[in-house]
Structure formats: C-alpha cells, structure tokens
Design a protein around this ligand. Structure first.
Ligand SMILES: [Zn+2]
Ligand SMILES: [Zn+2]
Length: 347
C-alpha cells in the first residue's frame, strides 16, 4: 500500500506538468488612442496575431480598451487573445501596466513619496480586478529599487522594455533595471522580471523607433485565457526574453535547470526589428549565469544548457542566458533570456 502511494505521489507532478503549455506574450503596446502612436487597436492586435504571439495587452495611457471591441481580420488563430489592460500613467513619470483589469483604472494619485504613488496604482488596479507591472523604472530615472521595496502586492516590474528611451541598462550614475531587480530580491521582495515592447510604431521602422517584437514573455500555463496567464505570471511561471528562447526550464526542488532552444533563438534573431544590446566585451556564443543576492554570479558556464542546485544558505537564485553575436558592422550585440528566481526562504 505504501509503495502504491509513493508511486501515486511520484506520478502527480508529471500529470500536472503534462497539461502545461508555453504562450508567447507582450504586456505593453500603444495605439492611436493615446495620440502619439501610429496604429489603431485593431492594427496593433493584428501585428501580434500575425507574428506568432499568443497574447498581447493594448495598454493605453489612461484608457481602457475593451478587447471585445477590437476586430481582427482574415483567419484568426484560436490560440490568440487580448488580455485587457491599461498603462496607468501617473505623476512623477510613474507608469504601471494594469494587467487583466475589467475597467478603467484612475491615475491622478499623489503622495510625497514615490512609493506612496506606486502603492495607489497597485491598490486601484487590484480594485479593478487586475495586477500591476511597474513599467520602465529608468524612464526619466523615475523609480529606484528603494521606491518599490515598501510597496505591497507588487510582484512584477519591467526588467526589459523595448522602447529606445527607457535606459534598461542604466548609466555611469544609475543602476540597470537588473541591478534594481537584485536589490529588490535581496531585500526579501517576491518580484518577477517582465520583458515587453512598449511599442508605439507599427508603420515606420528603425532602431530609434519604438517598434514591436523586441521584448516578450514566455508564460507556462494550463490554458490560454486572461486569468490563467495572469495567475501563471504572478506565480513566476514565465521567463523574459530579448531574443533567446528556451527549450526546457525546470525551477523545481531548489534546482534551476534549463536548455536553450538554439533554432528558435536563431529564428528570432533573423528579425530585423530585434535591437540587441551593444556590448564592448565578451566572446561570441552562449553563456549561462546563475545569479544570487546582491547580483553575485554564483556559477557561470559557456554553452546551451546548465543546471544549478541553489545552496540552502542562498535566499534566491535566477538564471540569465546571454547570446553574444557579431553584427555586420563589426560590433558585438547581446541577446538575453532571464528566468524568474527560485527562492529557498519560502517567501
Ligand atoms: Zn510608460
Ligand atoms: Zn507605454
């Protein structure tokens, strides 16, 4: 009897895992409704539909676009949805994506502290049935990790945003979004990193344009609907990409294990829209790093697959895959995949 029970227990995770699928999505895009983007909600949704995405959010500045009003043309894939949302565009350059809300979220919040404004974004979004992604913290250097650490019920922020003006990688005087992430994680926050487009231009193209197809999430969920996608992201069941695609990802049992999907990555890199981050150093090829508190690299290796057992005295670890590649102009560009952290402290 005990033996049968043990077999049953061993089988349960396998059965649950078997039902999960990967869905590609973008959580941040704009339309003509904001007055400074170039395409209608239908054209924007159609672009994501036609480029193999499974979901997108038409996250308009302080406007709620009801997905049922957005019409796609041609043969519409069944595995494509619009997740309702809004970019709550508030004071002090604080912008948040209200993901999966049922109605317009207000934005006129004020408070002496930035964290107080962000908390009100989060509260109002929760009241509208949704969840918050803090957007592009380095846009106007608006948000620091210490502004986010006190905020309750905030579990996602934009680690990578494809807009050319948002300074994902910081500068000599400001930390990168990734350094901010490690500061938040080191403080004990449970916060996940999102990659998005923040696309405004679907009619003109170029490196200085705010085009789609530059940052996305791959979400592992039971089904493709707005609620399950949102819940999966809130559980950290996704990774973020600026070009690198994964074949396998296992974050269970305190071990991080992953393998790059090299052919899917090469296919993504064929896109002329993909930005790639210009880097000064590093050999071309794949490198996998496992990163822990304070951004310390716990282990790194070259190659397309790796496994790392998180030591029990380390509160969290996350994996980052970097692909460095020579470009035609002789510079080296880097493309990334970032997994969510594994926590050993039960947060
Ligand atoms: Zn914004
Ligand atoms: Zn935006």
């Amino acid at each position: 009897m005990r033996f049968i029970l043990q077999i049953a227990i061993l089988l349960i995770p396998t059965l649950v895992t078997a039902k999960l699928s990967w869905y590609k999505g973008n959580t941040h895009a704009h339309t003509t409704l904001c007055g400074h983007a170039d395409s209608s909600p239908s054209v924007v949704a159609q672009w994501y539909h036609d480029h193999g995405y499974n979901f997108t959010i038409l996250s308009e500045h302080n406007r709620f676009i009801d997905p049922t009003t957005v019409k796609l043309s041609g043969e519409v894939r069944e595995d494509f949805i619009l997740v309702p949302g809004e970019e709550v565009t508030g004071r002090k350059h604080i912008h948040t994506t209200a993901m999966n809300v049922g109605k317009l979220v207000p934005w006129h919040f004020d408070h002496p502290e930035r964290s107080g404004i962000i908390q009100q974004h989060v509260n109002a979004t929760r009241a509208a049935g949704g969840t918050t992604i803090l957007n592009h913290p380095n846009f106007h250097w608006a948000v620091k990790a210490e502004d986010l650490i006190p905020v309750k019920h905030l579990h996602m922020f934009e680690l990578y945003n494809g807009h050319p003006a948002v300074r994902n990688f910081g500068d000599a005087h400001h930390p990168s979004t990734e350094q901010q992430w490690d500061a938040m994680l080191t403080s004990g926050m449970r916060v996940y990193g999102v990659a998005s487009d923040d696309a405004h231009q679907f009619a003109t193209w170029g490196k200085t344009r705010s085009n789609p197809g530059r940052g996305w999430v791959m979400v592992r969920a039971e089904s493709l609907c707005a609620d399950t996608i949102t819940e999966a992201m809130l559980s950290g069941e996704f990774y973020s990409s600026s070009g690198v695609q994964l074949k396998t990802l296992d974050l269970n049992g305190g071990t991080l294990k992953l393998e790059v999907d090299t052919s899917a990555t090469e296919k993504e890199l064929e896109s002329p829209i993909l930005l790639g981050s210009r880097v000064k150093a590093g050999q071309p090829g794949y490198e996998i790093e496992f990163i822990g508190p304070e951004g310390k690299v716990l282990h790194a290796e070259k190659g397309t697959h790796a496994e790392f057992k998180v030591p029990e005295n380390v509160a969290y670890a996350r994996a980052k895959v970097t692909l460095r590649k020579h470009r035609k102009d002789g510079t080296v560009a880097a493309y990334f995949a970032w997994t969510q952290p594994v926590f050993t402290d039960g947060r």
